[in-house]
Write a protein that binds this ligand. Sequence first.
Ligand SMILES: C[S@@+](CC[C@H](N)C(=O)[O-])C[C@H]1O[C@@H](n2cnc3c(N)ncnc32)[C@H](O)[C@@H]1O
Length: 248
Amino acid sequence: MPNTPDIKWLDSGEPYSEQFQDYYFSTDGGLAETEYVFLKQNGFPQRFIQSDGHQKTTSIKIGETGFGTGLNFLVTLYHWLHTPKPKKPVHYIAVEKYPFSKVQLSRIYTLFSEQWPQLNKPCRVLLNVWPDSLRLQSVFEYSFFEQHFKLTLLSGDAQQELSNLLPEHKQSFDAWYLDGFAPARNPDMWQLSLFNSLYQLSKPGTTLSTFTAAGFVRRGLINAGFTINKVPGLGKKREIISGIYKGL
Ligand SMILES: C[S@@+](CC[C@H](N)C(=O)[O-])C[C@H]1O[C@@H](n2cnc3c(N)ncnc32)[C@H](O)[C@@H]1O
């Protein structure tokens, strides 16, 4: 069965989750917030640059919990496209339990392209290949731009899907975008077992960021081995979290 989200469309045209009673992204500057919370805190787009010292091309692996509308993916792709060559290939691996249908996504991307014309190209390339429906536990994979920017979308529960990535992807991720809904409304996204999988999939230097600054999320990530900083948020949001795994 397709597992599409239960959406209410706001007067602004933006989607709101009826199921979780929460917003997918800030209704007050969603693009700027994604750039600040997820790209800047993880050191992108600078980390896309292939530094001269490297003999062989290393790639960047980004993990996201909660793909939603794909806004974080689109903004990451936009900045990667605008990074001068030589740049590192990217593998973006995201998990989503309730993937948008193509019709829903098309409606959202019309809005994104109007609000943020710079996202027009990323929206078009993703929508072109988005499957008509995504079933639970299915994997959607596509490589864009001559195989240099790959998306793997795992349709399922974040905890389950991340633990399934072990052992193949052990200690291989470079950055994490933790983007569930607010923990009080989406508790199954913010479990100790998930933090533990994040740790096993990370290596020294792996970074993370998240919109929530909830104490138990911070403590859970610290217990899992990450060094965590509170960072001022944007606009009305007082604090967000960034972190790094420094190794044992
Ligand atoms: C704040 S929204 C994500 C926003 C998204 N990054 C974007 O750019 O639109 C949180 C997402 O987490 C998903 N989600 C909630 N619980 C989940 C779970 N247990 N496993 C995987 N995804 C989940 C929701 O369906 C929703 O799409």
